[in-house]
Each structure stands twice: as C-alpha cells, then as structure tokens.
Design a protein around this ligand. Structure first.
Ligand SMILES: [Zn+2]
Length: 140
C-alpha cells in the first residue's frame, strides 16, 4: 500500500488485474485452514491499483485451489477494496459544515451514522492527512 498518491486520476480498467475469488474462513482463528483434508498453504496474491502493485495473503488449497482468508487477511483485503473504491470515486461522501468555537474547528457526524457508536464504544478518531485540505477520518 505504499506510494499511493491522493490525486484523483481516472482509474483505468486495466489497472485492476484479475477478479478476486476468496472464501472467508468460518473459523478464522484456526490457521492454517484445512481444505480437502489437508492444510492449506499461505500464498501471496497481487493486484494493481493505479499502476501500484499491492499484495495480500491468502490460504490456498493445494488440491482444489480454493482460497481462504483469515480475519487478518480479510481486513487487509477490505482496506485494499476501500482504497480501490475511493480511487474510482465510488466511495460515498458527504458535505458537513466546518464549525468553529473561537478556538477549535470541529465537524459533526450525522445522527444516523453514529447511532451505534455508544454501544460500540467508539471513543477515538484518527485523522490521516492526505493533503492540507484532505483528511481521512477513522473512528474506533
Ligand atoms: Zn481443497
């Protein structure tokens, strides 16, 4: 995921190589996953994102070639897909007022997005600066 630039360039179809076919393992914590009565082996897969090669790992069955993801691998692939969606301009965006209390700027999240946050104990936001005018906000 290195060398990604936040510039909004048109993504070309040939930038995305190959379809991704994977199965999320039902018991993601028992690694390596067993398939066809044998243990799967870790394999590294690659795809191209705006000309940048990104890699992710899967557990691959040597017999039927089925590929499985454990929870960590699934998380990484989800990140790649999220970035791919963002680069394609397909991520949902929303415009919010930038509020200023005389000291600090803040942004309010719409209520329907934050309905489950108290229950999920969301208490931190991580801001990643993409450029001085663009930020990625992650809540955890
Ligand atoms: Zn198999």
């Amino acid at each position: 995921m290195r060398n990604m630039t936040p510039e909004e360039e048109e993504i070309k179809e040939e930038d995305i190589i190959g379809e991704v076919h994977v199965t999320i393992a039902s018991d993601a914590f028992s690694k390596p996953i067993t398939c066809c009565s044998r243990k799967t082996k870790k394999a590294t897969k690659g795809m191209s994102l705006k000309g940048q090669k990104v890699t992710y790992d899967v557990w691959k069955c040597g017999k039927c070639e089925e590929e499985y993801l454990d929870s960590q691998q699934a998380e990484k692939l989800e990140d790649i897909w999220a970035i791919q969606k963002f680069l394609e301009g397909k991520s949902p965006t929303m415009e919010r007022s930038l509020n200023y209390d005389g000291k600090t700027y803040f942004v309010r999240f719409p209520k329907d997005l934050t309905a489950g946050w108290a229950k999920q104990k969301k208490e931190k936001a991580r801001l990643t600066m993409l450029s001085p005018d663009r930020y990625l906000v992650e809540v955890a």
